[in-house]
Design a protein around this ligand. Sequence first.
Ligand code: HEC
Length: 231
Amino acid sequence: MKVKQVLIALTAGAAFAMLVGVGSLSGISRVLADDDDAYREQSKIRRGFEIAPVPLNLLHKNPELVGLGSYLVNAVASCNMCHSAGTATEFAPNESPYFKGSEPAVVNQSTYLGGGRVFAAQVAGVTPPITSRNLTPDKTGRPVGGRTFEEFLYIIRTGTDLDHVHPNCSSLVTTGCFPASAPFDGDLLQIMPWPSLRHMTEHELRAIYEYLGAIPCITGPTMGVLHNDCI
Ligand code: HEC
């Protein structure tokens, strides 16, 4: 080999080595980042199980998703602050952290995510007023009164009210509806913070769904959209 050829061979070898090096380095940092994410998720899963305020039924459930879902529902998205019944029923009597000397707070299990909290009608004179829904599983074991994951995902991503509780008024529907003069779209869920929740990842929404399927069923009123057939 002439000197020039040797040089070329060496340079090519070095470039190849650098490529391999860079490739494996980025591979390593990817693995480390994955480990980091997994570690962070594990700590959320653990915390989720620590703070779940009700007994959980893990039968046929993915425990990691249930734990993460509990973390998101109970520590991040405050679902029960609205999805408990009536006004301020989310904590057991005299156990509300808003009152003096009542820490540690105790979540009211009998209304937990059972819905029924009434919010003032957004449009004067429109009945029924906006009421949070029952998110607990029914006898099918599926949450939100038997909704499939696909339906749940669709509801959260689009805000669509599949129950049509307060439709837009039309010639066929004249009561309990949003009049044409109302600025709100009656086909969409109101007050429910789907405009922000919809940005969660599918993995996180799957975890919330899995958790909601693991909490105890609440029957709710005997009739109407809040009613749930427990086993
Ligand atoms: C600020 C109060 C509030 C919070 C927080 C909230 N919701 Fe809601 N949610 C509502 C109200 C009110 C409705 C009913 C809206 C209507 O009738 O227009 C509703 C409706 C829903 C529905 C539709 C139910 C059905 O049968 O189609 C689902 C699903 C739901 N919420 C899930 C959740 C989950 C999961 C969380 C937490 C991640 C959550 N909500 C947090 C107020 C809230």
